[in-house]
Design a protein around this ligand. Structure first.
Ligand code: SF4
Length: 360
């Protein structure tokens, strides 16, 4: 795993975005070019001065888009040219407080939309850029402006926005229906078809009702939606009913992703209370998958190591964890399905991973 942020020194005063390059061939004015490289650090030179990055080889940074913050002496890797998944965090504020939140929200917001838009414009051809928070649509106008201006300049790019869908209004329907938004998909969490259970999990009374409204507006706009449901002890027995609800009311969605819990954020300290071990009882998930697939809903399993899923459903368990935050257990070296497997999050306890795997 390569860390996202590195100590750095730079000449400029305010934060700025640049692309790091190890060669001058095909460079642009926004690029910073390698002038000195070693195993333990690199020096790049760009139009805003020198960027000195500690602890990463230049070859591992070539083509990456970074945010340089000279005052804090930090460089943040925003977009990795070699990664299939890149996500920009636009705010740490959120209006929900999910029991298992992987990125617990903060009260403050630092507006970086202009810098992030610059980063998007420098992205490699055809990149799909994830946007997350916090809750991105707390800054809906800034968010939609970033998306629209970026796609006007770079129609080859695409966006996948993680949102709780609490803030879409009828007045947004025409805008979200514009052709540019065919290159945008919305990843939306839904934890149960029973309002009280969903509200309880997201820590907000009335969230389910607001979510239904938001989904209706997105459906009216012809938006591309991926539903996301994290498996929890609290909602496992509600999965079959949720599948019925999705099949009956939300069949317009592009996909329904059923996700195993991440051992991070709030879930780290509440693991015993929240984690449901699907290896011990896969029945409710199987029933939900059967119902969804029967009605033409494209259901898929995220963060489920393939060997932990019954063979009949294994094809639905996809390699959902980004390469830079994924790990495998030692026994996985003998497995023939490793290239198609999600493996485990880097922060998953080693002993649990070792106990779970059964090489295929
Ligand atoms: S043994 Fe490892 S690589 Fe193979 S399916 Fe299980 S977790 Fe994945």
């Amino acid at each position: 795993m390569i860390p996202l942020m590195r100590p750095a020194l730079a000449d400029a005063e305010g934060p700025y975005v640049t692309r790091l390059r190890t060669s001058r061939i095909g460079t642009a004015s926004d690029d910073a070019i390698l002038i000195e490289g070693a195993d333990d650090g690199s020096v790049f030179s760009g139009r805003l001065g020198l960027v000195v990055i500690d602890g990463v080889r230049a070859e591992d940074l070539d083509g990456d888009i970074v945010l340089v913050d000279p005052r804090r002496g930090r460089v943040e890797r925003l977009l990795r040219v070699g990664s299939t998944t890149n996500t920009l965090l636009v705010t740490e504020r959120c209006d929900q407080l999910c029991v298992m939140c992987s990125q617990p929200p903060k009260k403050t917001h630092v507006d970086r939309f202009d810098l992030l838009e610059e980063a998007c414009r420098l992205a490699p051809d055809g990149m799909l850029i994830g946007i997350s928070g916090g809750e991105p649509t707390l800054y809906k106008e800034r968010l939609l402006t970033l998306i629209e201006r970026t796609l006007a300049a770079r129609p080859d790019l695409g966006f996948h926005v993680l949102t709780n869908a609490q803030h879409f209004e009828a007045s947004d329907v025409a805008r979200l229906g514009r052709s540019a938004y065919r290159r945008v998909s919305w990843g939306i969490p839904l934890y149960a078809s029973e309002a009280a259970l969903h509200d309880n999990i997201v820590g907000k009374e009335g969230a389910f009702a607001k979510l239904e409204e938001g989904l209706a507006h997105l459906a009216m706009a012809g938006a591309r939606v991926e539903l996301r449901t994290v498996v929890l002890s609290d909602n496992i027995d509600a999965f079959p009913a949720l599948a019925g609800y999705v099949a009956a009311r939300l069949r317009f969605v592009e996909a329904w992703s059923i996700m195993q819990l991440e051992h991070i954020g709030f879930a780290r300290n509440r693991w015993e209370q929240l984690f449901f071990d699907h290896v011990q009882r896969f029945g409710p998930i199987a029933e939900a998958l059967n119902r969804a697939l029967l009605h033409g809903v494209r259901a898929q399993l995220f963060n489920f190591p393939r060997c932990t899923v019954p063979a009949a459903y294994r094809r639905l368990a996809i390699a959902s964890i980004s390469d830079w935050k994924r790990k495998f257990a030692p026994a996985c070296l003998r497995c023939g399905e490793r290239s198609a497997c999600s493996g485990f999050f880097e922060w998953h306890p080693d002993e649990q991973a070792a106990l779970a795997v059964q090489p295929l």
